[in-house]
Design a protein around this ligand. Structure first.
Ligand code: PGA
Length: 305
């Protein structure tokens, strides 16, 4: 007799359908790829219908798969609402909080989390770090409670709260030929090489916009993933980097990199706390939202001055 369908199988099925890959679904669930295949095989057997068909290397949902996906999403969402309501019964002191931050924010997120966790030691926090584009997808897939990132597009169904200034600057190795120059024209930089963030990075888009608005082209020496790799590459002298001052604050203070004095910089942006408009925030998520928009923004501003 086939075993009953489990919530775990539905969640794995939903991620394979969403991500289009067993491997990526396995990574997301922190499982091995064979473990995911076994669970989905059980699901196929229980429903006695194939859910996916494979054409070349690509998966497609069968009609039964499409039907199951619709119902799986309703069940998963219902279960999350149930968890949130149970957390509500327990009050904000317990429960789970899923936060995602862009790589740059990861330089100050641990400070925020430390203060929050001292206040609510029984809330368990799952922190995930990725770039702007990946986080937008997580928000739209309702895969996270709250996100801290640069400004997301207005057109999406998101609630967006600015809570802190995020100046973007150009940094260089301290021995760079322009390190001591004042009031540089942006055109003075076009002969230098820049290290570029990966596609999907909000910092990269801001850099492309800055030069495009000035009708200037820039030369890229290499591309790196994440704010940490960018600042280390600048520090090693591999090229100039345009990035959030927040990401290099310690290195600037220690004299490991310098900020170039360029007209039109810093680019004035903000950090935003974002969640899906339809998201029912659990009490821990609501408490974290209030903490970030109130006390945390004051605390971070004080640290900067
Ligand atoms: P990212 O973050 O460059 O790591 O994507 C900045 C942003 O969200 O704008």
């Amino acid at each position: 007799m086939p075993s009953p369908v489990t919530l775990k199988q539905l969640k794995l099925f939903e991620s394979v359908a969403r991500l289009g890959s067993y491997t990526r679904a396995a990574e997301e669930a922190h499982l091995t790829q064979p473990a995911v295949s076994i669970q989905l095989k059980h699901l196929d057997e229980t429903l006695s219908m194939p859910l996916f068909e494979k054409v070349g290397r690509t998966f497609f949902l069968t009609e039964a798969g499409e039907l199951l996906l619709r119902h799986a999403r309703i069940i998963i969402e219902g279960f999350e609402t149930l968890e949130a309501e149970i957390d509500e019964l327990k009050g904000i002191r317990r429960g789970r909080l899923r936060i995602s931050v862009v790589t740059t924010v990861n330089t100050f997120a641990p400070d925020l989390l430390l203060t929050f966790q001292q206040r609510y030691p029984e809330i368990s926090i799952i922190l995930d770090v990725a770039n702007h584009k990946v986080l937008l997808k997580r928000l739209l897939d309702n895969d996270v409670d709250l996100v801290i990132m640069g400004r997301p597009p207005e057109t999406l169904d998101l609630e967006i709260h600015a809570f802190l200034e995020n100046p973007l600057v150009i940094v260089a190795h301290p021995k760079h030929r322009l390190a001591l120059r004042k009031n540089l024209e942006p055109s003075a930089l076009v002969e230098d090489t820049f290290i570029m963030r990966e596609p999907g990075s909000g910092t990269r888009s801001a850099m492309e916009r800055f030069f495009a608005e000035k009708n200037l082209n820039f030369i890229t020496s290499m591309e790196v993933s994440g704010a940490g790799a960018l600042k280390q590459s600048v520090q090693a002298g591999l090229g100039l980097g345009l990035m959030s001052r927040d990401a290099v604050r310690m290195e600037l203070d220690a004299g490991l990199v310098v900020e170039l004095d360029v007209k039109g910089l810093p680019i004035q942006r903000h950090w935003y706390l974002v969640h899906h408009k339809g998201k029912r925030l659990s009490p821990p998520a609501q408490a974290f939202k209030e903490f970030v928009l109130g006390e945390a923004s004051v605390m971070l501003r004080e640290k900067r001055s």
